[in-house]
Design a binder for this molecule. Structure first.
Ligand code: GTP
Ligand code: SPV
Ligand code: MN
Length: 589
């Protein structure tokens, strides 16, 4: 095949020779072509067309039960030297990885069609944006990429004869979990994903490119790729402040990004505008502030727990032109259902594994939807999408927020003393694992900046890059840490969360403006309990004080865990972070 870009031409032709597809199809982005693919996927049973009246343009897809989440154990950073990937990544020597992978890809598309997907991360032509070419043998991937990114001929036109694009080769092969590999080659702008057909493993623009490859690019080019939502908080005076927040997978980014303020705030005119729910690319603007774009064009959101109360905006986003993956198929009206959607589970349904499902199965504790089942919804469906979503320059950040799932230790919110302390706060993040990745759920692990599974290079270099960026930026965003997940002795959440998180955002914004009070503690500034607005909440100031308490003994234990974690990085750990840990230990003495 011929392309204006000789790099694209070589990549496509080499891949055709390796994978030996029967047919090759260039995805031009036209509705005719996409409709034909939808019809084909329905005809082969790959996707199920849902009720056109209730869910227009929506489809259901089930992946194999062994292929329902990211696979961190089989995800590799492949570089010349191990030092580049660092101690927190699985590593393979890149030439050895290419050799091993070529054997798996050889002939893998025989009898299948290879689709060529030109896509742009970020608005086509924005100075922030980057282009990728994904080759895949999966219509599901084509249709998801068409929602999650900007796809088609317009992207090739933008690329022109340039070779500056990220190569992504995906083959379902036999969906053999033993031969599954998600390999990133950051030195070569290349991704190879094989033997999976599930979301984060195969929608290569998302975690593989926009975080693993892009974080490495950002390190070299002076910008940052982060696992962050971006939201605009509009105040009654019409001014909008922007916040980016990093929480690990399935820890509340989509929910916070689409938050609906409680009555107490709504009646005064506060509004939240969604810019992004998962990924932020951050650059320093000419005015010395940090600017962020959301490089994606859709939401790949967790379905279970999404309902009219918890996240009406997310639910509304899924009512048309959405692809559902591994949710429960409601046969009563050919729609979808998942745990936590409503108290009305279908009597006649098919579960995420393709088995009949109804009241009996439910009573037996069998789930209708997989805990990591997802919706792929276009951003334009979101009722609270920010007017700035397409702004090629991004939005200026006033605050950066870190957070995780901690039953104890971390208070509801605290503020870092300065930028370097904020980098420290991000670097020591810990959170309970979730169903978003295969493996045990509920185990506390260190997940710095929510990037442990997504940083494409040595984590100590990544920390150093954060510190460097702080030096370069004239107006540093303030840095905070939040924890919506503190529990009592019986394991009940102490904080109502969801819309009420607005009360914490309000304090954060007032801190950036210098109008809210705080108390100094060994770990940083926490609010004066009286400064968290609890009007309309069934809570007392004493409850808030409890949520904000800093238990020195628990923090001493945490500091020991941080010492252990930091040991991994040896001499490469930036001295600024070593200093912050010394300060913390001293404060706790
Ligand atoms: P990824 O898409 O995997 O990156 O996840 P995410 O960070 O966007 O998480 P999401 O918003 O989808 O939330 C994941 C789970 O956390 C859902 O089951 C939510 O119901 C739950 N959750 C979100 N916000 C809150 C909160 O404020 N409090 C409590 N208790 N649960 C929450
Ligand atoms: C996450 O796991 O953080 C996700 C879903 O956003 S996935 O695309 O599978 O990575
Ligand atoms: Mn995510």
């Amino acid at each position: 095949m011929q392309f204006l870009s000789k790099g694209v031409e070589k990549f496509v032709n080499d891949s055709i020779e390796l994978c030996q597809p029967d047919k090759v199809m260039l995805i031009d982005g036209s509705e005719e072509q996409l409709n034909a693919l939808r019809a084909e996927a329905v005809a082969t049973g790959e996707m199920i067309k849902l009720n056109e009246e209730l869910l227009p343009g929506c489809y259901l897809h089930r992946t194999k039960p062994n292929d329902v989440a990211r696979v961190e154990g089989r995800t590799f950073i492949c570089t010349e030297k191990q030092e580049t990937a660092g101690p927190t990544n699985n590593w393979m020597q890149k030439d050895e990885a290419y050799k091993m992978l070529r054997d798996i890809y050889r002939g893998a598309m025989k009898g299948r069609t290879m689709y060529i997907i030109p896509y742009s991360m970020g608005a086509v032509g924005s100075p922030f944006s980057k282009i990728g070419i994904e080759l895949t043998d999966s219509i599901y991937v084509v249709l998801n990429m068409n929602i999650m990114t900007r796809v088609g001929q317009k992207v090739l036109d933008q690329l022109g004869s340039s070779d500056d694009f990220v190569r992504g080769l995906h083959a379902k092969a036999d969906v053999d979990a033993e031969k599954r590999y998600i390999c990133q080659f950051p030195e070569d702008n290349t991704i190879m994903s094989v033997n999976s057909a599930y979301g984060g493993n195969v929608l290569l623009g998302k975690k593989c490119f926009a975080l693993r490859i892009a974080s490495y690019q950002g390190w070299h080019e002076g910008w940052m790729a982060e696992h962050m939502l971006i939201l605009g908080l509009e105040k009654p005076n019409g001014e909008t402040k922007y916040i980016a927040a990093a929480f690990p997978s399935a820890c509340g980014k989509t929910n916070l990004a689409m938050l609906i303020p409680p009555e107490e705030f709504a009646k005064r005119g506060y509004k939240i505008h969604t810019v992004g729910d998962d990924i932020a690319w951050i650059r320093i603007g000419k005015d010395g502030r940090m600017y962020a774009i959301n490089p994606e064009n859709g939401f790949f959101g967790v379905a279970p727990g999404t309902n009219v109360k918890s996240n009406p905006n997310a639910l509304a986003s899924t009512r048309k032109n959405t692809i559902f993956t591994n949710v429960c198929h409601n046969l009563e009206n050919n729609t979808v259902w998942w745990e936590g959607l409503d108290k009305n589970p279908p009597k006649k349904a098919i579960d995420w594994q393709g088995n009949p499902w109804g009241p009996e199965e439910q009573a037996a504790g069998i789930k209708g939807a997989h805990p990591n089942s997802r919706f792929t919804a276009p951003t334009i469906n979101c009722p609270c999408l920010s007017d700035e979503f397409e702004n090629p320059q991004g939005v200026p950040l006033d605050a950066i927020v870190f957070g995780g799932r901690r039953a104890k230790t971390a208070p509801l919110v605290y503020e870092a003393r300065d930028w370097n302390h904020g980098v420290f706060v991000g670097s020591i993040m810990a959170s309970e694992t979730t169903a978003a990745a295969s493996g045990a759920v509920g185990v506390v692990r260190r997940d710095p900046m929510a990037m442990l599974p997504f940083c494409g290079y040595h984590m100590a270099d990544y920390f150093a890059h954060w510190i460097e960026m702080g030096k370069k930026v004239k107006h540093q965003p303030k840095i905070f840490n939040v924890n919506w997940f503190r529990t009592d002795e019986e394991g009940h959440f102490l904080w109502p969360g969801f819309g009420d998180n607005m009360r914490v955002l309000d304090w954060i914004i007032r801190r950036t403006e210098g109008t809210a009070k705080a108390v100094e503690t060994p770990i940083g500034y926490v609010p004066d309990p009286a400064d968290i607005n609890i009007n309309g909440l069934d809570m007392t100031e004493a409850d808030i004080a409890n949520l904000l308490s800093v238990d020195k003994e628990l923090w001493r234990q945490d500091a020991e865990g941080i010492e252990e974690f930091y040991k991994k990085f040896g001499d490469k750990l930036p001295k600024e972070l070593r200093h912050e840990l010394d300060v913390l230990e001293n404060n706790l003495r």
